[in-house]
Write a protein that binds this ligand. Structure first.
Ligand SMILES: *Cc1c(COP(=O)(O)O)cnc(C)c1O
Length: 363
């Protein structure tokens, strides 16, 4: 049996430190908005390279609050992709704004910068590029367009903790970066969590209030907020795991290189790493025309795989009333071809060889 995300193996490696950290919080008697969160926000934003970090409940909330903090709402349009996790687009719709969907670059699976400009109208307020699977979107081209039209940029970095764009960590180039700490992410909590990072002090202050009932001081609410905080126990867990992130990402990169090498003489299309990117392989996604047969074969041989994502956002029932009459040929084509192979730092050489042997037998 080859596990998809290796979370039990991860826990076994750090169990002692994690249990010690959790006990410290339990005994301390302070569980929400305390010292641990403050420290984690400092450490994570320092790691990314931004001045501020605001811990929230989830990656979904990070995006939701980011869109709201920028004042985006009814009548506004936000450009993003349909080939992503649903939350990216939800964050726009939940703020009563209109998502405008752009097709992706088939090499990187990220927004195709060449198709952005034609979708800009005088209602467009922001672009949300997604650094999908751990590979950076082409931020320079995106920032050039954003600057030309005066648009905000929110980076959905929920799959790209530690990934780089031209040497800089993703999440720091746009106005706001959003991260998820869902357990299976490259940096994951033992529950839900997320963070918003920014260099803008006013946005940081706004986000701090938004996550805490709109409150500046106790019993003082100037606007309607949320209850969306990263709790002390999860912050303590994340402080331990942050110290391992680079090392774990390096292992992912090594395993990805092994997969790619072993697949080099097959018909399988392996992931690309552009010259501007340092990929952190949250997912290792191949393309293959007989995807469903391949997935079934692997499953029969004890190899867990997944599809990220089988149905693009604009084809989801939840959005059938939104009037997406867009043509997204790349998005619609690749969702039938993509397959995410097991990817985590605890895959052994034998695991990697077994996966590839079975992939080759099936194709
Ligand atoms: C995981 C993820 C989210 C949502 O994060 P949650 O913490 O699960 O709410 C948003 N966008 C992308 C691209 C993701 O992968």
């Amino acid at each position: 049996m080859i596990d998809f995300a290796g979370l039990q193996q991860q826990y076994n490696e750090i169990a002692e430190e994690i249990e010690k950290a959790i006990k410290r919080i339990l005994r301390g008697g302070w569980y929400i908005l305390g010292e641990e969160l403050m420290r984690f926000e400092e450490e994570f934003s320092h790691y990314i390279g931004t001045g501020y970090g605001i811990g929230v409940n989830s990656g979904s909330d990070a995006l939701l609050l980011a869109v709201k903090a920028l004042g985006i709402g009814t009548g506004d349009e936000v450009l993003t992709v349909s080939h992503t996790f649903i939350s990216t687009v939800d964050s726009i719709v939940r703020n009563s704004a209109q998502p405008v969907l752009v097709d992706i670059d088939p090499d990187t699976f990220c927004i195709d910068p060449a198709q952005i400009e034609e979708k800009i109208t005088d209602r467009t307020k922001a672009i949300i590029p997604v650094h999908l699977y751990g590979h950076s979107a082409d931020m320079k081209l995106i920032m050039n367009i954003a600057n030309k039209y005066g648009l905000f940029v929110i980076e959905d970095a929920c799959q790209a903790h530690g990934a780089r764009y031209r040497g800089q960590r993703v999440g720091r180039t746009g106005d706001i970066g959003c991260f998820s700490f869902y357990p299976a992410k490259n940096l994951g909590a033992y529950g839900d969590g997320g963070i918003v990072v920014t260099d803008n002090v006013e946005l940081a202050e706004k986000l701090k209030r938004l996550r805490n009932y709109g409150q500046a001081r106790k019993h003082e609410h100037a606007f309607v907020g949320f209850n969306s905080r990263l709790d002390e126990i999860q912050a303590a867990v994340l402080r331990v795991k942050l110290r391992y992130l680079d090392q774990w990402n390096q292992k992912r990169r090594k395993i990805a290189a092994q997969y790619t090498e072993l697949l080099s003489e097959s018909d399988i299309i392996t992931p690309t790493e552009k010259e501007y990117a340092e990929h952190v392989y949250h997912l290792y996604v191949i393309r293959c025309e007989q995807r469903n047969d391949l997935q079934q074969h692997l499953s029969q041989h004890g190899i867990n795989t997944q599809v990220h994502y089988p149905v693009p956002v604009h084809k989801q029932k939840a959005y059938q009333d939104l009037g997406f009459d867009v043509q997204l040929p790349i998005t619609e084509r690749i969702c039938n071809e993509i397959l995410s192979l097991p990817m985590h730092p605890w895959l052994s050489d034998v695991d990697v060889e077994t996966v590839i042997r079975e992939v080759k037998l099936a194709t």
